[in-house]
Write a protein that binds this ligand. Structure first.
Ligand SMILES: *Cc1c(COP(=O)(O)O)cnc(C)c1O
Length: 430
């Protein structure tokens, strides 16, 4: 589908609407159809054989590839400036796929300690069952990654803008440390989206997204995607033999030698999705493609609404602090200006005077804002981590995770900003 993709010189908004898509060749349908088909008819036995041998590009079975999902993969790759993408069932599936490409039992990787809570659990607990060991590092000082590096480390994983918000990662400095050790930097760009931050331009090698959040943008479909820059030389370091040595399941095919800068993406489908099975549903790809068409407009408004709400809360008598990198007083403000020049996203936390009880009162007091565990919706969302996502932790653990008893997290939506502020004000007055 390369010839359909607009050139990389096209603007971000143009790529968000056109990349990867063309009118349907049979019907002329302008919008990418939902190819709700499990399998695809072969021309003949030779055609089938060449598809199964990965000698011809085409569709076999929707666990591996699907035409609607392919459009989404090309679109996100075009927005990130990457070579190719592998879409899958969720953000967590994307993280699983990214590591599955090269991790073996006993291998290690370094991960920032400031991550989405679910990622800390996935890396710290479930990955252990595969023998993959995550070493968590305080990401505020990039040198900590150099100090923690071990010979068994095969990647560094960070979030560009870390959930629950306000934390900005020094991607370029950490990429340099990864490359000194001959390993890739993986960046979760979910909270920033490629509209606000493009990690490949700062040296990242792989990007993962939970498309569930701002890319889909409407709170209606789970999804994830891994994007490969195509620039990491897998053959240079013998650690990455899974991508360079003969693959028995494909008659000894060597992915990197055969597919070059598409090796990671082809393996993501032909090995990762084939065996892990976490394929994205075509309907979810359709909804996510549609969401991405308005990404630039939505992110602009998400950011301006969030900034207005953060400024309002910062001077509110019932609020003790606001953690939003878009505020000049924030410790990450300088990094935000470098990596997120168009805005610091729309997810942030604030502290309410009166601790746990006051936090509970606010989430129960809001009327328009939804009390739920998600981010990146058109709707404004609120959660009190200490009574929900982090309730099983001790108070000391909650505070360490940025989820102390007084912490309230907001994901500011696209409603009229005056209505968002009024709803918070009445809940705070409660
Ligand atoms: C939500 C989220 C994930 C996990 O994505 P799912 O689609 O829920 O599996 C990973 N990273 C970040 C930053 C997230 O916000």
């Amino acid at each position: 589908m390369d010839d359909e993709t607009p050139p990389a010189s096209f603007g971000f908004e143009t790529r968000a609407i056109h990349a990867g898509a063309a009118p349907d060749p049979t019907t002329g349908a302008r919008v990418t159809p939902i190819y709700q088909s499990t399998a695809y008819v072969f021309d003949d036995v030779d055609h089938a054989a060449s598809l199964f041998n990965l000698q011809t590009y085409g569709y076999i079975y929707s666990r591996l590839t699907n035409p609607t999902v392919s459009v989404l993969e090309e679109r996100v790759a075009a927005l990130e400036g990457g070579r190719g993408g592998t879409a899958c069932a969720s953000g967590h599936a994307a993280q699983m796929l990214a590591f599955f490409a090269f991790m073996e039992p006993g291998d290690e990787f370094l991960a920032a300690d400031k991550l989405y809570g679910g990622s800390i659990t996935q890396f710290g607990r479930s990955f252990k069952k595969f023998g993959w060991n995550a070493i968590f590092v305080d990401s505020d000082d990039p040198e900590n990654f150099r100090r923690a590096m071990t010979p068994k480390c095969k990647a560094i994983f960070v979030e560009s803008l870390a959930n629950p918000g306000g934390v900005v990662t020094d991607i370029a400095a950490i990429a340099a440390i990864a490359h000194e050790s001959g390993i890739p930097l993986i960046v979760d760009n979910t909270m920033a989206t490629p509209y606000l931050c493009r990690p490949f331009e700062w040296g990242a090698d792989l990007i993962v997204h939970s498309t569930t959040k701002f890319l889909g943008g409407h709170g209606n479909s789970m999804g994830g995607v891994v994007i490969d820059s195509g620039k990491f030389d897998w053959s240079k370091n013998p650690k990455f033999h899974a991508l360079t040595e003969p693959e028995p399941a494909y008659h000894g095919l060597k992915f990197h030698e055969t597919f070059g800068d598409l090796a990671f993406t082809v393996a993501g489908h032909a090995l990762g999705l084939r065996d892990l099975g976490a394929a994205m549903a075509p309907m979810n790809a359709f909804l996510t493609i549609t969401g991405i068409e308005t990404l630039a407009l939505r992110m602009e408004r998400h950011c301006s609404n969030a900034k207005a709400v953060a400024e309002h809360l910062a001077s509110h008598p019932a609020v003790s602090w606001v953690m939003y990198a878009g505020l000049p007083s924030n410790p990450y403000h300088a990094l935000a200006k470098k990596y997120l020049p168009k805005g610091a996203g729309s997810v942030f936390t604030f502290g309410v005077k009166g601790g746990y009880e006051a936090g509970v009162k606010i989430v129960e007091g809001v009327q328009m804002i939804s009390h739920l565990a998600n981010i990146g919706d058109t709707r404004s969302l609120i959660i009190h981590p200490a009574s929900t996502t982090h309730r099983q932790l001790t108070e000391a653990q909650q505070i360490a995770a940025g989820a102390g008893p007084d912490v309230v997290r907001l994901s500011i939506g696209l409603e009229s900003v005056a209505d968002i502020i009024a709803d918070l004000d009445q809940a705070l007055a409660g």
